[in-house]
Design a protein around this ligand. Structure first.
Ligand code: GLA
Length: 491
């Protein structure tokens, strides 16, 4: 959760803008709500290096902030962000050139990528004090590189930097879904937590302060938001620690209505997608800000399983019910999405949510009110979304016990299916293991540590046709790491 400079400032970003935005986030209640990263996107660097290959930045764009600091030192801005109790993010490209070779609002700059300098650059970012790095793909695409191979080389450079400085550097992969990163990004380099973009940009940037005719005519439409959501549904790749990134949020930006804001917040929250806000935080309306800070929506987003929702029904074309299984037994977050131009009346069929009988309780998230489950018909206006939390009883799951690292006899799933995996991990750190199915499923799981002989669980969404599973990885060499059981909840 955090803020990113691109959508509202494009490559005219500078120290003053970052300070203003960071300050807004620290004082408008977003920080308390859980937003923590302030990410400087493209435009901070114009591609210059010294003879030793070190990045040189423009001292006017990044002047000293406090006495004793040097102009042109990125540590000053990271330090400022930290002084507000927030974390700092920066940006580069996996190729030689970065996206600055396609200028959006300024001159064109070449060589703004890190290829050939991975170890040097990621160490530099970490030494400056950055906690997060977004690694884009313009240069990689231009050189026709393989994303899987290139990002697998970035990962160890990040791990090396973390080891040297002792500071975690979160890895955000931005390859736009062009080479199906949901197949290779989870667990790349055995990293415990990653996000990867699943599609192109939700919109081109809308820089209000440029007063440039191109920017001034840009208006966000519902299509922009829905296309990013639709492109990002890869639930079999997403589990605790590994997340599909639906792109930065455009809440409250030009063209967004309150209903579209609810759709945007609701879909990103129920998808456990990064809540990385791209709007100008100094211009947010009260209604946008209160949606961004909605505690119950953020709790859905932060559910430890971090799963994406499953579309459980579409009672009429464009009116969809999406349900996200959560860590608490029998609990689902439910989004009723109305993509159409007319309001819709929706009655939810509880058994489609994998629930036995009528739920015990039903919560309307936007109003923060309980709803009587007996009268569970919802009216959703055109271009709007209702967000609910439902507590009931799970239907009885099928249970499979692991034989060392194999699980056989699993009845092939007939559609995306929720499962809980029970494991033990007394190694003291996150254990990254690979899981494969005879059906072709292949992904990585990051198993949080457990204590003593206790079991932990992670949630999975198994794709259609998943049958027998096998688990492997160096993590199993540690004593106390084992897979125990799989509970399959057919929908
Ligand atoms: C790509 C990314 C965007 C942004 C721009 C910067 O388009 O997808 O998120 O980082 O580059 O140029």
């Amino acid at each position: 959760m955090g803020w990113n400079s691109w959508h509202s400032f494009a490559n005219v970003v500078n120290s003053r803008i970052i300070q203003q935005q960071a300050k807004a986030m620290a004082t408008n209640g977003m920080k308390e709500a859980g937003y923590e990263y302030v990410v400087i996107d493209e435009g901070w660097w114009l591609g210059e290096r010294d003879a030793a290959g070190n990045i040189i930045v423009d001292p006017k764009q990044w002047p000293a902030i406090k006495p004793g600091q040097r102009d042109g030192d990125m540590a000053t801005i990271a330090d400022y962000i930290h002084s507000l109790g927030l974390k700092a993010g920066i940006y580069t490209d996996a190729g030689r050139d970065g996206c600055s070779m396609y200028p959006d609002s300024g001159p064109k700059y070449m060589n703004t990528g890190s290829e050939g300098h991975y170890e040097q650059d990621f160490l530099q970012f970490s030494k400056w004090g950055f906690d997060y790095v977004k690694v884009d793909w313009c240069g990689g695409a231009k050189e026709n590189r393989s994303g899987a191979l290139q990002y697998a080389q970035v990962a160890p450079a990040i791990q090396r930097a973390e080891k040297i400085t002792g500071r975690p550097l979160f890895f955000s992969i931005c390859e736009w879904g062009s080479q199906n990163p949901w197949f290779w990004a989870p667990g790349v380099g055995d990293i415990e937590s990653t996000v990867w973009r699943t599609g192109g940009d939700i919109i081109p940037p809308v820089v209000e302060t440029l007063h440039d005719p191109e920017h001034d005519k840009r208006v966000i439409t519902l299509r922009n938001v829905l296309d990013s959501f639709d492109a990002g549904i890869h639930p079999e790749a997403q589990h605790t620690g590994y997340y599909n990134d639906l792109d930065m949020m455009v809440m409250g930006m030009r063209g967004m209505t309150d209903g579209m804001d609810r759709i945007h917040m609701g879909l990103w929250a129920i998808s456990s997608a990064p809540l990385m806000v791209g709007s100008d935080l100094t211009r947010l309306s009260q209604s946008t800000l209160s949606l961004l800070k909605n505690k119950e929506a953020i709790a859905i987003h932060n559910d430890p399983y971090g799963l994406q929702p499953i579309k459980v029904s579409e009672p009429s074309p464009g009116v969809q019910v999406w349900a996200k299984p959560m860590v608490v037994g029998g609990r689902r977050a439910v989004a009723i999405l109305n993509r159409t131009d007319n309001s819709a009346q929706v009655k939810i069929d509880w058994s489609r949510l994998g629930l036995d009988g009528t739920p015990k309780s039903l919560r309307d998230v936007w109003n923060g009110r309980d709803v009587a489950t007996a009268d569970a018909t919802f009216s959703v206006p055109a271009h709007d979304l209702a967000l609910l939390v439902v507590d009931g009883e799970d239907k009885r799951p099928a249970e499979y016990v692991a034989n060392r690292s194999d699980m056989t006899g699993i009845k092939a799933t007939s559609g995306p299916t929720f499962a809980r995996l029970e494991y033990a991990n007394a190694s003291g750190h996150v254990a990254v293991v690979r899981v494969k199915s005879t059906s072709g499923l292949s992904t990585s799981l990051a198993l949080p540590s457990t204590t003593g002989s206790d079991s932990g669980t992670v949630g999975l969404i198994l794709p259609h046709g998943t049958a027998d599973l096998s688990f492997e990885g160096a993590a199993f060499e540690a004593p106390g790491v084992a897979i125990r059981k799989l509970l399959v909840y057919f929908w």
